[in-house]
Design a protein around this ligand. Structure first.
Ligand code: ATP
Ligand code: MG
Length: 180
């Protein structure tokens, strides 16, 4: 699975609608301190289902919405979309492009869409779990996370390895089936 494009509106410092194309190969994001580099990575984790405000450096989920500055009023919603391209051999026989969107309204929680259709948070997390990625993927290492991986208990490290090996999607599906 590859992320081809990222669209943001009202997400943290990205107040105006912004669109970034991600070309094949290695992509670097450079800029002065505080310009929004980490916010971009957080947008990707958020649209993939991150549910913990703390790991997005906020106190509550609404903190991802542009909070306003001295010259601009706050926004009342944030929306992030990623266009993903699936590859038949890596993504369980699925191929083609899909757009995943998450939108949060101030005080009203968030909702997901997959190619324009309303879907559950669980559908989005299964989609990414099968591709061995997602909000908690070990492929996303945030500032300060390196130390906690080194200090992880063996059971926690096993979860990281399972994610990396792409089998955590199977566990999620088994749990889902057992509950039915
Ligand atoms: P560094 O190089 O120091 O790691 P960075 O480029 O990663 O910096 P970020 O941490 O992504 O920068 O961006 C921080 C900026 O985002 C700050 O100016 C902060 O005020 C702004 N910001 C974060 N959340 C919001 C929000 N909800 N509304 C408006 N601005 C926000
Ligand atoms: Mg940063």
């Amino acid at each position: 699975m590859r992320i081809r494009r990222l669209k943001l509106s009202g997400f943290k410092s990205f107040v105006e609608p912004s669109e970034l194309r991600i070309e094949p190969g290695l992509t670097g994001v450079v800029g002065p301190n505080g310009c929004g580099k980490s916010n971009l990575l957080e947008a990707i984790r958020w649209v993939m289902g991150e549910g913990s405000p703390k790991s997005l450096r906020g106190g509550g989920m609404d903190d991802v919405i542009f909070a306003g500055t001295a010259t601009r009023p706050p926004r009342d919603f944030a929306e992030v979309s990623i266009l993903i391209e699936r590859n038949r051999t890596d993504d369980g026989g699925l191929s083609g492009e899909s757009e995943v969107t998450r939108r949060i309204e101030r005080g009203a929680g968030s909702a997901y869409r997959l190619d324009g259709r309303d879907v559950r948070a669980k559908d989005v997390s299964l989609l990414f779990a099968d591709a061995a990625t997602g909000a908690h993927s070990p492929a996303l290492v945030s500032q300060g996370k390196v130390g906690s991986i080194i200090a992880a208990k063996p059971t926690e490290r096993r979860l990281l390895l399972e994610e990396a090996a792409g089998i955590s999607g199977l566990h999620a599906r088994r749990k889902d089936a057992e509950q039915k």
